[in-house]
Design a binder for this molecule. Structure first.
Ligand code: PMP
Length: 419
């Protein structure tokens, strides 16, 4: 509700605004400093270089952007029409913090179909899965608490934990992700609040944690007392191999895992729709945090997504996206030997959006990026994704945004940048 508090009647539209009286101030006292948490998480030099990748004509493997030409724009437009036609007044009104019932039910059905028994009440709709991460951090992490992460890991998660004043500690990883023995040792030593993990098609490495390691991580969390935050924005984007059950589905993880999902990679990131599945007490704490953050996620967007899930064929759409991304991944993998210096190594992700590469000894990915940009191509150096000492030879290449032809052209430019 809007309350006019200035005078008995608001001034008429177009009335002149009275001038602010000039007051002379003898000495200026600056306002207080920013909170330490804001000052501690600054901009990075890499982010400044990456701003250059937005220049027209640059073929960028840097951003993790879904391919816009694959958005189901007609289907989503029809879903918004249906949201308004159903009840525009409802679609435009405030709604509950937990999310609109139709969408919670649809999310629960999808999770149950993937082998994780889930009811609508287990689910909270969030403004992107990024918000789910922020809310969980608010609910679980005190300044100074230890948060464990894979090394390297998702940059915006590191920012989120940094803003909360957490002490972020890396768990050693190999080509298949986190090492459970190392995890157990670190948990016993550091007594962390939570482990944040992206077990499937990880960002930035594209790695997937095998089932046996998931079982071991769940067992360690149960035995040593630890919250698990399982972030899964990429799980639907599998191009080969068999799905691995969520960490949340493993014995020991049931009462201590928050699972984060997202519509960004399977519908469109601009919708800003994600979801969180968590045990009841944690979910209640997260709901209070969300009330304080934004009351609730956009009603009209949630209703449109619910209509989309009810009426469009999301499975067929995901199949289309998967086929396109598979061929783009293959184009990238086919062209890398001719583009990166001899002696470089990279993985072959079974899904997701990223290939993780390592240059041979003596090379530096940030230096290569400068020369790459001069040749009209970009990627992200791996360094900012690390906690603690960074491996300056690593880089992340996203293969989803460009067509196979553009990828080949971009790799030709990269090869020339390498010289
Ligand atoms: N987690 C990971 C690992 C991501 O890579 C991203 C986005 N790239 C997010 C969360 C945030 O996604 P959303 O758009 O759902 O907020």
């Amino acid at each position: 509700m809007f309350l006019w508090l200035g005078c008995a009647h608001p001034p008429p539209e177009g009335a002149p605004v009275p001038a602010v009286p000039a007051v002379s101030v003898a000495a200026l006292t600056p306002p207080p400093a920013f909170a330490a948490r804001a000052a501690s998480v600054g901009s990075s030099p890499v982010r400044e270089i990456l701003a250059l990748t937005e220049r027209p004509g640059v073929i960028s493997f840097a951003g993790g952007l879904p391919a816009p030409e694959l958005f189901d724009t007609e289907g989503l437009r029809a879903a918004y029409d249906a949201a308004f036609a159903g009840s525009a007044r409802r679609a435009l009104q405030y709604s509950t913090t937990e999310g609109v019932p139709e969408l919670r039910a649809a999310v629960a059905d999808r999770a149950a179909a993937r082998g994780l028994p889930t009811g609508p009440d287990d689910v909270l709709i969030t403004s992107g899965s990024q918000q789910g991460l922020t809310l969980l951090t608010t609910a679980l992490v005190e300044p100074g608490d230890v948060v464990l992460v894979e090394n390297p890991t998702y940059l915006a998660a590191l920012q989120c934990f940094g803003l909360a004043g957490a002490r972020v500690v890396a768990v050693p990883c190999d080509e298949e992700g986190m090492l459970p023995d190392a995890l157990a040792e670190i948990v016993a030593r550091e007594r962390p609040r939570l482990l944040y993990t992206i077990p499937t098609f990880q960002n930035p490495t594209g790695r997937t944690l095998p089932g046996a390691r998931r079982a071991a991580v769940a067992e360690i969390a149960a035995r040593l007392g630890l919250w698990l935050v399982e972030d899964d924005p990429y799980g639907d984007l599998r191009y080969e191999g068999s799905p691995v059950p969520w960490l949340a589905a493993h014995p020991g993880a049931e009462d201590r895992t928050a699972l984060l999902g997202s519509f960004s990679k399977i519908m469109a990131p601009g919708l800003r729709l994600g979801w969180l599945r968590a045990p009841a007490a944690l979910r209640r704490a997260v709901v209070v945090a969300k009330q304080a953050a934004d009351l609730h996620t956009s009603t009209v967007d949630q209703l449109a997504a619910a209509h989309y899930l009810a009426e469009a064929d999301l499975a067929a759409h995901i199949a289309t996206v998967r086929a396109a991304y598979r061929s783009r991944r293959d184009a990238l993998l086919a062209g890398l030997p001719g583009a990166l210096p001899a002696g470089s190594a990279w993985n072959r992700p079974e899904g997701g959006m990223f290939v993780w590469a390592r240059l041979p000894e003596g090379h530096d990915a940030t230096a290569l990026l400068r020369s790459a940009i001069a040749h009209g191509v970009a990627f992200v150096p791996g360094a900012p994704f690390f906690t603690g000492p960074a491996d300056a030879r690593t880089l992340r290449l996203s293969f989803t945004t460009h067509t196979a032809g553009e990828i080949a052209e971009g790799l030709g430019r990269l090869g020339r940048a390498v010289g």
